[in-house]
Ligand binder design. Structure first.
Ligand code: ADP
Ligand code: MG
Length: 260
């Protein structure tokens, strides 16, 4: 069997403060269990806030440029410990408790992706799709892959990847739908009103005028790039709204739709 015989997979990115309070994720993961009855799901998560908290405790600091962390290579052991260790195992454990057959993995598991070094940001990687066989095998057997955004370069260097880029890369690998869950209901305009859909030209305008900035700019740019490649629209919605996720999984509108 290959993925073509499975229903289109859904890649869900979890970010924001969702990962601070795992118990608050229960309603969302119950919805994932529900969605998995009809189509395969992959979870991809970051953990920037949790990394910042550990670095602060250790008296180490790192800065962000345009929403993305600058990572000294010396911070990689701590980043791996938080992303691929603590956050990944907590999320995998909670999913399993709720009846999901979750499998925790780094972004490079089975060669799923490889990352190009973004030298301007230190040990930061831009993930590229690799070999989909591991994920296809897991999805065919009903497992829920839970992937952290810890990447690997071709020459074996572990790299910190932005989780929006990581999720977009996995969606591209699997030719899957993509939902980016964050702290806000979607992309907001100047008046803080939800934008229900946005195309590339409108996105350029919102970025140019700094209405969309920081982490949301990274998210929007990653989503636009993969939307154009996959010819699928991508959604941004809130992790606190499981109904929005269910609506999106079942083809109804919710949050902000990023059009190709
Ligand atoms: P995540 O961890 O989910 O990737 P980020 O902090 O990276 O979250 O990005 C989401 C944040 O982007 C929002 O919480 C908000 O502070 C910021 N942001 C900037 N511009 C916008 C906008 N136009 N609409 C919504 N959020 C925006
Ligand atoms: Mg972000």
């Amino acid at each position: 069997m290959n993925l073509l015989q499975l229903p289109t997979a859904l890649v869900i990115k979890l970010g924001g403060r969702a990962l601070d309070d795992m118990q608050a994720l229960q309603p969302l993961l119950k919805t994932v269990l529900n969605i998995q009855q009809s189509r395969p799901v992959v979870l991809v998560h970051g953990g920037g806030d949790q990394v910042s908290a550990l670095l602060a405790q250790l008296g180490l600091s790192s800065e962000k440029v345009a929403g993305q962390r600058v990572t000294p290579a010396a911070h990689i052991p701590y980043i791996a410990a938080v992303l691929a260790g603590d956050v990944n195992s907590q999320l995998t454990a909670l999913a399993q408790q709720l009846g999901l057959r979750s499998v925790g993995l780094p972004l490079f598991a089975g060669g799923s992706t490889y990352a190009n070094v973004d030298a301007s940001r230190g040990a930061v990687g831009i993930p590229q799709p690799g070999d989909k066989q591991l994920l296809v095998s897991l999805l065919e057997q009903g497992y829920l892959p839970v992937m952290s955004s810890l990447g690997l370069s071709r020459d074996g260097q572990r790299l910190n990847c932005n989780a929006d880029l990581a999720a977009a890369c996995i969606a591209e690998l699997l030719d899957a739908d993509l939902v980016l869950l964050t702290d806000v209901a979607g992309i907001l305009d100047q008046q803080q009103q939800l934008i229900s859909s946005i195309n590339a030209a409108q996105a350029a305008h919102y970025i140019e005028s700094s209405v969309v900035r920081d982490g949301m700019q990274v998210k929007l740019e990653a989503a636009l790039a993969v939307a154009q490649k996959s010819r699928r629209s991508i959604a941004v919605a809130s992790w606190q709204d499981p109904q929005a996720l269910l609506d999106l999984a079942e083809g109804r509108a919710a949050g902000t739709r990023i059009e190709f």
